[in-house]
Design a protein around this ligand. Structure first.
Ligand code: HEM
Length: 209
């Protein structure tokens, strides 16, 4: 009688082992598939953006932003000059760029006094250019200038036929205005450095006066 059902025990154990093996194999296959999908997604993401390291080296930081204490000069100036009483008189303030917008407007006003410089801006949207230049100045003093920005500036100015003299008028005007505002020396140095670095890509030919 006992022998009638005793064979059920090894059969049950065998069934359990086979069941576990099949379940394990299925789970392993699903894991491998998920892993492959994940790798494919990663590859796709990398092919679009490139690895973080490559992105960094493809767009090298050429001029780092000057620091005032633990703040970038761009941000420091926003609060430092917030209560300025007289220098900003007559110039509409900009909530986003504060004193930098004011400085840019003064630079364009000084540039317009020179006929050579003025000819370039005759048919341009000056208000838009002032905002773009302000954003560029803020970028220089907040995150610095990278290779791709220099390439972009070269592209934008390449057909403008700007002479070295005209370039000097604009950069010198900016530098004197920054001095007038008593900007820290490292801000003046960074602007001078950017002015020198950008000259060959903005001016039509360094050999023509
Ligand atoms: C370091 C010096 C300079 C910087 C950083 C600079 C920056 C810029 C920027 C950000 C723009 C806007 C580009 C865009 O539309 O996306 C621009 C356009 C322009 N810049 Fe400059 N600029 C510089 C020097 C000069 C000088 C010296 C002149 C002329 C004397 C000049 C004349 C112009 C003109 C005419 C445009 C308008 C181009 C167009 O709309 O076709 N720039 N510049």
């Amino acid at each position: 009688m006992v022998f009638d059902w005793i064979w059920l025990i090894p059969a049950f154990i065998l069934g359990l082992v086979v069941g576990l093996f099949v379940a394990g194999a299925l789970a392993a296959r699903r894991l491998a598939e998920a892993h492959a999908d994940n790798n494919k997604l990663k590859e796709m993401a990398l092919s679009v953006k490139g690895p973080a390291h490559a992105r960094e080296t493809n767009n090298k930081l050429l001029i780092p932003p000057p620091m005032i204490g633990d703040q970038t000069a761009a941000k420091w100036a926003m609060t430092h000059y917030a209560g300025r009483p007289t220098l900003g008189a007559g110039y509409a303030d900009d909530p986003q760029y504060g004193v930098w917008f004011e400085i840019t407007k003064k630079m364009y006003a000084a540039g317009a006094g020179d006929l050579g410089v003025f000819r370039h801006f005759q048919f341009k949207d000056l208000a838009a250019l002032e905002r773009k230049f302000t954003a560029m100045l803020f970028m220089l003093l907040d995150v610095g200038i990278r290779e791709k920005t220099v390439a972009k500036l070269a592209e934008v100015h390449k057909d403008l036929d700007i002479t070295p003299r005209e370039y000097a008028v604009v950069i010198n005007a900016l530098y004197s205005i920054l001095q007038e505002y008593k900007m820290p020396q490292n801000v003046l140095d960074t602007v001078a450095k950017a002015g020198a670095a950008l000259k060959p890509v903005i001016v039509r030919s360094a050999s023509v006066a």
